[in-house]
Design a protein around this ligand. Sequence first.
Ligand SMILES: Cc1cc2nc3c(=O)[nH]c(=O)nc-3n(C[C@H](O)[C@H](O)[C@H](O)COP(=O)(O)OP(=O)(O)OC[C@H]3O[C@@H](n4cnc5c(N)ncnc54)[C@H](O)[C@@H]3O)c2cc1C
Length: 598
Amino acid sequence: MTSKVWAIRAPEVDRSSSAASSQELSKYLNRDYVEVREAILEYLKHDLFKPRYDLSFYEFRDLTQERLKHLAKGNFISCFDHINDPGRFFAGMEALTYVDYSITIKCGVHYTLAGGAIALLGTRKHHNKYLPLMDSGELPGCFAMTELGHGSNVMGIETTAVYDHARNSFVLNTGSDLASKVWIGGASQYGRLCTVFAQLTVGGDYKGVHVFVMRIRDDEGNLCKGVRIEEMGHKMGMNGVDNGRIWFDNVVLDKDSLLDRYASIDEQGMYHSPIKSIPARFGAMVGALSTGRVCIAQSAVDACKLGLTIACRYSSDRPQFGKRKIGSYLTHKRRLAPGVAQTYALHLMMLQLKGLVNDRHDPKKIHNLSSGLKAAATWTRVDVLQKCRECCGGMGLLSENQIGGMIVDMNVDVTFEGDNTVLMQQVVKGILAKGIKKPDPIQVRNYSIEELLEALKYREDLLKYKLVQLGDLDANQDTCVDLGWAYADYLTAENFFKEVQRAPPALRDTLQELAVLFALEKMERNAVFYVCDGVIDADGLENLRRRVNDQCNVVSGADGERLNILCEGFGIPEHLITAPIAKGWREFHTSPEIGARM
Ligand SMILES: Cc1cc2nc3c(=O)[nH]c(=O)nc-3n(C[C@H](O)[C@H](O)[C@H](O)COP(=O)(O)OP(=O)(O)OC[C@H]3O[C@@H](n4cnc5c(N)ncnc54)[C@H](O)[C@@H]3O)c2cc1C
C-alpha cells in the first residue's frame, strides 16, 4: 500500500476561549536555534521523507539508508557540533522523530553515538581523519558497546584489546559468544566504521574499558579481516535500522585506534591517564557520552507532541452518541490534557538540560539530570501515546494515523541508552548524600502553587531520607525508582513554574494552567505516598481528584478545542502531520479516492 499524503485541511479551531495564541506559544517553546529548526523542517518536505507503509524488511532499510544520505547532503547535522556547539546538534536532530523513528535512530547511531564517541573521546587526529567523512555520510558509523552477556553492566564486558608494543598495535578479540557485540545499529548491512568498547591490557596490566575506532567494512562494503557479522533479526518495530551482531577474531588495530582523550600510550609503550582509578575513568568516558540520552529523551517528548496533536484534533472533531464530540467527555480530557501538560513540562525542562550541556556544566549534574529525564520522558511517552491511541478508537490502529507506528517503533527507548530502571538507580546514587535530614511534616489543603511545589519536594526529600536510613539500596530498588521519579518530577515542576514567570505576559495564564495540572496529576499518581505519609487524608484525596478533573476541564475547553491550540503551540508543520484523522476524517474516509490509496 502506498500512502498518499492527503491535502485535506486541518480542522477549524475555535480560538475565542484561548488566552494565548498558538504562534506565541510555539515561538516561546521553539526559541533556540530557530534557523536550524526551520531549515531542517523545510528540508523534510522532500518526497524521500514521505511516509511509506508498503515496504519489505530490506526495502525499508534501503529507504532509511537513502534518507540518511540525503540528510547528510543537507549539512544540518555535524559531528563537530559535539565539540563546538552541542545545542546546534540537538536542534539538527530534533525534527526527525516526526518523520519516522528508524531514521531518527539511524542518525542517532551514526552522528550521536559513533560520531559523538569519536568527537568526545578522541583527539584531533581522530576528528580530522573520520568526522568530515561521517558528516558527508560517506563513512556510516556504528557504536559497539553491548554484548550478549553484558547489556546494562557495561563495565563487565569481555571483548579484549591487548597492546602489543613490538607491533605498535592492539589485538582485539571477542573470545566467547557471550562477548559478541549485539544489537549494533548499522552493523548488519551498511556500517563501515565502528567505535568498539573493550577491556584494555597494556604490558600485562589491566586498565579497564576503553573505546577504539576501527573499520569493519572496506570502501567496497567487504568485511575487514577478522570481523564476522550476522543479522540480528526482525524486530517488533524500528526495522529501518539494520541491527547486527559482531565477533572480532585477532583483529590488529594500529595504535591510533585508541580514542585517547582520557588515556594514551606513549612511544615507549607506557600507559598514561589523568584519571587514576579504573571505575572513575570509565565514569568519565561514559559520562562524556550523555548527548545520546538527551537526544532519546527529546525524541520521546517530540513523539508525545505528534501523538497528542493527532489525538486532540480527532477528538474535537468526532461526534459519538449524537452530536457530542468525544473530546467533550471527561474521560477523554483526563487522558489527553495531562499528556499535553507533561509534554510542555518536559519540553521546557529539556531546554534547561540542553542549555547545561551547551554551557559544559558540571558533568555529574548533566549525568544525573539526563539519566533521570531520559527515564521520565520515555516512560511518559509510553503512557501518553497509548492514551492517544485509545482516544482515537479503531482509527488509532491504522498505520497512516501515525500513533501506532510510534508506539511500536519507540518501545525500545525505555531500554536503550541506559535501561530506565537501571538509570533511575544511577540517579539515586548521584543525588544521595550523607547527613540528609528528615523533612518537617507538611499538609496540603488548598493545592495552591506553593503547596503543590512543597508537596513534590517533600516526596523527594522524604524518599531520600528513607533510603539513607535503609542504607541497602539493592534491597530497596523499588524505592530507588520512586526517588528517581520524585527527583525528575520536582525539578520539572519547579522549572515549569519558573517558566511561567519568565514567559511573555500573554502566555502566563495558559502556561500556569498547564503547570498546575502537571503538578496536581503528579500528586494524584503518587496518592498512596501522600496518604500514607499524612500529607493528605481521605477527604483530601477526594478533593485532589476533583481538582484534577476541574483542571482537565479548564485546560481542555468544552469539546477539547483548547487542546488543539496548545498542540499547535508545539509547532509541528502540517507536512509532517500526515495522519488523515488529524485533517478531517469524514472527508478522507468518504472520499471517492478512498479505494485508490490502497
Ligand atoms: C533495537 C535496539 C538497538 C540497540 N542499539 C545498540 C547499539 O547501536 N549499540 C549498542 O552498543 N547497544 C545497542 N542496543 C543495546 C541496548 O543498549 C541494551 O539492550 C541495553 O543496554 C539493555 O541491555 P540488555 O538488553 O542486555 O538488558 P539487561 O541489562 O539484561 O536488562 C534486562 C532487564 O533486567 C533489568 N535489570 C538489569 N540489571 C538490573 C539491575 N542491576 N537492577 C535491576 N534491574 C536490572 C532491566 O531493568 C531490564 O528490565 C540496542 C538495543 C536494542 C533493543
